[in-house]
Design a protein around this ligand. Sequence first.
Ligand SMILES: Cc1ncc(COP(=O)(O)O)c(C=O)c1O
Length: 608
Amino acid sequence: MNYGIDIWGLNNFFIDNDKVAINYGNEPSLFEIVKDIEKEGYEGPILLRFPHLIRKQINTLYSNFNRAIKEFNYEGEFKAVFPLKVNQFPTFVEPLSKIAKKYNYGLEAGSKAELILAMSYNHLSAPITINGFKDKDMIRLCFIAAKMGYDITVTIEGLNELDSIIEISKEFGECLVNVGIRIRLHTGGSGIWAKSGGIESKFGLSATEIIEALEKLKKENLIEKLRMIHFHIGSQINDIAPLKKALREAGNIYADLINLGAKNLRAINLGGGLGVEYSQNEEIRDKNYSINEFANDVVFLLKEISTKKQVRMPNIFTESGRFIAASSAVLITPIIELFSSEYTKKALRLKDKNPPLIDEMNALYESLNSNNYIEYFHDALDHLESLLTLFDLGYIDLIDRSNAEVLVNLIIKKVIIFASQKGFKHTELKKINERTQEKYLANFSIFQSLPDFWGLGQRFPVMPITHLNKAPARSATIWDITCDSDGEIEFNKNNPLYLHDVDLNKEEYYLGFFLIGAYQEILGMRHNLFTYPNEATIEFDEDGNYKITNLFGTQTLNDILIDLDYDIDEIHRKLKTLIENTNFNEEEKKELLGQTLLYLNDTVYLKK
Ligand SMILES: Cc1ncc(COP(=O)(O)O)c(C=O)c1O
């Protein structure tokens, strides 16, 4: 079982005997890296960043568009910016900025804070694009960026923003920024993020407003500043058809605007949306196109429309973020418990005289074999149900009930072994597995690390990073450590996840969640005050040896509370007073206080 690594893995990882290894440099395994980090004293979930995968994606984006441009004799250029909303963390942005230089890759900002980042990390020759709602201060900041020497395009989301640009141009004596217009297409996107496009979308100007903007720009002698039209039909475009429709619509708006006098209009910005394949299952793909097809369609269609309407071919801008960032981060979470692990033979407390059904269940367990296990499994479930009814009616006690639980779980474990020897081919065996899932408690928070799973049901590839030379036998549900029943990735029989039956007293077991580098970190919530996991960057030197840099531990309890604006000294004082008011002697009080303060300096994730 390879967990669909050939579907979602982009050849970035491979299975090397029993472990997931990195297909780069000296090909270390993820397990080896995790152990190196743990040796430094870090425990709990670890987010690994791979700058070489950011470079790979940027290169793939540029090379595909430049290839298509050559192939179709396209007369415009390809330009791209990274939308900062996708990942604003310094350990992502700093390596991205270094890689960007060679490609003249720019940044997109959607707020004043992101704009400051763009102004600090963009290369002067690379473009900056500005989207989202803007007040006058934000537009002034854009003018300041232009004064610094940046080629910055402010995309207006409404006519009032154009009025602000006109007013600020007067303050500065001239319009220093390029103007872009976000167009409200009637074409909508598809998939769970499709709301960004379409006639009801929150963003963009209608056809009437576009014409009004054009007239305003002409009246103010600013028409030569209109350089770009922009659209974005939603993140994670899963079907190429709406994109093609959107391109036709945008291409015609572009050509008509030039014909109406927008003499310097030179670019179409497609926004983001280039999809990522998250699927682990051949049958349920997340998107129906490749980057190759995407680039071909964009270049071909824009050439066709420009030629037909006899206007110059536009430069093509993209703001793809997910495509660039998703693969660059992997979360490794230790499994700290298997729900059924307490159901061992030792947990049986059989009495001298048991209820007859318990004795029968015990006999089923002892005599279960590869011929009778399906029948005995059914009998055991039947017995369990009867025993639970007897308990409710007061005929058996808590010890009997516990014995019933233990026995049924012992039987299930045996059944799974026999069933897995037969490869789960039989539908009845599949059903057994679906009904008897193992719950894996993983040391992480879904709310913090996979918020799109919680909020939108977006699935991320998940697989164990070891044990891969053994067939996984257990249908798995993953529980996180928050006190929230939503903190669960339930077993889904249409998209099943099987994991290994491990004895955590003897071996370690880690799950890797892949493709989490886009959006997840900044959207992550501090539910139950579980904050960022530990993190590290994995870099490779010229000889291919990996080194761990930017190793940061997760926050201490003190820091978490300070972040919430608690007065930490006040908290320390309160705790100290409570301890001082106890009846312990001075020595014991000191010890108690010391221990409490030590915990406040420790982290929130669980320890072994
Ligand atoms: C205007 C704009 N550009 C670019 C993006 C990035 O999209 P993606 O990460 O899907 O490429 C977004 C995200 O929704 C956006 O709103």
